[in-house]
Design a protein around this ligand. Sequence first.
Ligand code: FHN
Length: 700
Amino acid sequence: MPIACSLLIHALLSAGAVPPPEDSWWPSELPSRVATPLAESPDQHDARMAWWRESRFGLFIHWGLYAIPGGYWEGRRTGGAEWILNSVKIHPDDYMPLQQQFDPVDFDPMKWVMIAKNAGMKYIVITSKHHDGFCLWPSELTDFDVEGTPFGRDILGELAEACRNEGIVLCLYHSIMDWTQPDYLPRRAWDDRPADGADYQRYVAYMKGQLQELVDRYQPAVLWFDGEWEGTWTHEDGQAMYDFVRTIDPAVIVNNRVDTGRTGMAGLTRSGGYRGDFGTPEQEIPATGMPFGVDWETCMTMNRSWGYQSFDVAFKPTQELLRKLVDIASKGGNFLLNVGPDERGRFPEESIDRLAAIGDWMQVNNESIHGTFASCFTDLDWGRCTRRNLPDGNQRLYLHVFDSPASDVIRLPGILNDPVERGAYLLATPGAGPLAVERAGADLVIRLPEGMSPGIDTVLVLDIEGPAIVVEAPSIDVTEPIFLESATLNFSAVSDDVEIRYTLDGTTPELGSANGGIGPIEIRRSATVMARCFFEGSPVGSVATAALRRVEPLRAVQTLTSRPGLRWTTHLGAFETVADFADIKPATEGVATSIDLSMQPRPENFAVRFTGFLEAPQTGVYRFSLDSDDGSRLKIGDVVVVDNDGLHSALEKSGVIALEKGLHPFRLDYFEGTGQDDLILKWSGPNFELQPIPAEALKR
Ligand code: FHN
């Protein structure tokens, strides 16, 4: 490198102006959106998702007619924000005239975009249409849109232009549920508009027509669906909608609320072919990172409301919001932080202040967020870690120090990589000279600058040789936690440079304990297995535990005869647990050779009970996976094998039981409250993987 150039780089470094890593774009141009085929390969999928993964941070905007009442109705403070039509039970004929009051004279799209950009946000998701059905763009398909307001301007069009000018990516939220569109079903209970002429598939066609308008006019990079939970929207509708939008725009990214596979507010996507390119945890952050390759984005309000409510002043402090951003990025997710503009088109001052403060931090530290991926550590007691790969094959760790550790050092537990010779430095002042990095067994220890007070989050940078190798608890590989005659154990760790030691009596493994690295271990008695890694003679990482029980199989029952199929009964009522319908007379009954909801008597507030026998094809250990919305419970004989009871959105639980070959009394109770309904029961057993229970195994 010519001297002059190296001096320039040195000057930049010492001035704290660290050139961003090569693989980041910001802020000069929009990212390249990659069009891929519907049946895309993993590499094609990665190419389509790249800009979104790189972004890590976006602005959510909930704005519409509901900003006018802002949580008040007929002079009363009702709350409800964007849900006010529903929560105050307002008839559409009384709600829709708000259209004539919509005149946000202070709407300034460039101001909105610059607030987002200066906060370090890379995309904006705005509600093109929320549940009330009002459209923020001039639609050819309805008069219930912005064109029919005193304001009249194309809000989405103006925002799209401001985004393009500033290198911010425009994305659109679009609600499937629509409380005012005449073909949408179900009607709200207080909505007495006749439903007999309503045609739900005509509504789906209307929705597709509007999505075509939005794609053609504004080219949203993400379609953020919502309101998928009412029973009228099916998995088939969701699959078709995903395919439709990915066909009209092969580069578009679609969230998992387009389909019906979202696991409630936890937001992740159930297995089984449910569509969606990323999961959507809402108002919560997953406790740990996700398996590699699972994309997700937490959406969250700054206060308690998505839509504007003047009295909702419970804004989260800047430190809390910023640390959520860092926590999410350290788990490999995106953060979609919401603002609800008021009826004049203004962001609340509290929102502006917090975004500006976050922007001050991002101005210095944005490379520790943009383009990074999840931490290599499960748990750090002083903060979080994000990282990126470097062109030379090394890895850059960004160490986010939230709280000053007592001893002025931070410990990186179990990391076997050596630091590159440069050592560690403060991202904010890279030229201030390296920080001492020492190896302490399997840990690296970094000495913090004297008296450093981390404030909201102080970022240290440490480059390590090669991809991170971090030793944590070994994994104890065993098929099931119960066994009949014997069980086979295998132990594994992330590196061959560590030894694995284990015990079977629940005591903590020592260096002299049994060696877990010499192949499968067979046990024939119940055991509490504990395993730990050792590096250069010292323990490293946490202890792994597995309780394994030897059991006797449940005896099969002898019956004189059995016929194919389970008996089912349905029961009507608003239940909260499966016990609630135990004594309610059946409304209908019949026989089923598969477990599904084809017999459901109505979309909501019903229960189904399946009774009969389950035929175990051979003696062995069986696992049952029960996925339901709402509650369910599976009993075999007198054993509750899976208890998935209660009012909840889609949730999967599983349980194991040892069965003798033959027939076993079987009872599955399920109830549905309101919204989405699902009941999926699968089993696995000796020599077969998880699958639906075949008809030949269901008797009565
Ligand atoms: O009902 C909506 C709500 O109004 C808001 O849009 C949130 C944001 O994700 N989504 C639904 C509630 O889960």
